[in-house]
Design a protein around this ligand. Structure first.
Ligand code: 9Z3
Length: 310
């Protein structure tokens, strides 16, 4: 594995990087002045590791973006300014409630010649109204910024740019790193320019992505409250791996989850505590999302962390 410095030195920023950096700067400057304004960076969705420069094939990391997009909504409800850094085409706050054709099914055409219009079906108003209201409120108060990535390299460039803008918030900044980030990739210099031809079985050799949490916690945002997520499929490794991450990176909290139970069970692992959040079947059926108690618990811990004697 190369160092993180080497990664940035050998991988060019994405084409839209400067535009996104300006957006991040502007958004953060707007909120920095208000001393009572907390800010959270929510990362969401999976990164890809391309196998070719002109990318036809890639290795993807699993994540629909449910965790990040739902959490972003709950952070907004709790008054945070939210930078939502997400994988292109993964779930986004608010629109996540209407997947596929569901949105179109909520609308009716009112035929009236040149004055034809569109209306929301009466029985859909109850569903759409509260979501639209919250979305509008977030827009009007300028508390939600969307920036997107596709590859792990895009993600790492954006993450560092976001950290530069978040550092001045000191303890008011929260990082909620829910994106599923590639551990392995094909380094730039080993990647073929064009589509790999199917003339023989290709030998693809993947390298380790540098562990970015290390510089992030120790020097990019040293005063922020940093939370990472740990995804495993083997329950017997989950807590041990989360503890190892806390020791290695020295951040505040790991939210541990197992792929198949992630919608109703997580464990919050801190250097000194372990707290399980579990939803019952009834709670899941009634529409409660686990991100609501997760965010409530985090907001509580972030408040505690910001108290002057902490
Ligand atoms: C997570 O563990 C997220 O909770 C999920 C959410 C990706 C499981 P969905 O978007 O899924 O709701 O479908 N994210 C972190 C995954 C990750 O790659 N973590 C790394 C690891 O486990 C460390 S940063 O090693």
């Amino acid at each position: 594995m190369g160092s993180w410095e080497e990664f940035y030195a050998t991988h060019l920023p994405p084409a839209d990087f400067e535009d996104n950096r300006q957006l991040l700067k502007q958004f953060c400057e707007n909120h920095l002045k208000d001393q009572s304004q907390n800010i959270v960076l929510v990362t969401s969705g999976g990164t890809i590791a391309p196998l070719e420069h002109n990318t036809v094939r890639f290795v993807d990391n699993f994540s629909a973006g449910s965790r990040g997009s739902a959490s972003a909504e709950y952070f907004l409800e709790r008054g945070y300014a939210v930078i939502f850094m997400f994988r292109t085409k993964s779930l986004e706050p608010f629109t996540r409630h209407f997947s596929g054709q569901q949105f179109l099914d909520m609308l009716d055409i009112i035929e009236n010649g040149e004055n034809s219009s569109i209306s929301v079906k009466p029985d859909s108003v109850d569903v759409l109204f509260p979501i639209l209201q919250k979305y509008k409120q977030a827009q009007e108060t300028n508390r939600l910024l969307y920036v997107n990535f596709t590859s792990v390299s895009d993600y790492l460039w954006l993450l560092r740019a976001a950290c530069e803008c978040l550092a001045p918030f000191e303890k008011r900044a929260l990082l909620y790193l829910a994106a599923a980030v590639s551990d392995f990739y094909v380094p730039e210099e080993d990647m073929p320019k064009h589509k790999i031809q199917s003339t023989g079985a290709p030998k693809i050799s993947l390298d380790l992505v540098p562990k970015i949490l290390k510089p992030l916690v120790s020097s990019w945002v040293p005063q922020a409250f940093v939370i990472s997520f740990k995804l495993e499929t083997d329950d017997s490794l989950l807590i041990q791996k989360s503890r190892e991450a806390l020791i290695k990176y020295n951040h505040k909290l790991v939210i541990a989850n197992i792929l198949h139970t992630r919608r109703y069970r997580v464990v919050m692992v801190s250097p000194t505590t372990e707290q399980e959040i579990v939803l019952s079947k009834e709670q899941v059926h009634s529409g409660l999302e686990i991100e609501e108690p997760i965010v409530n618990e985090i907001v509580k811990r972030h408040e505690q962390f910001q108290k002057p004697d902490q």
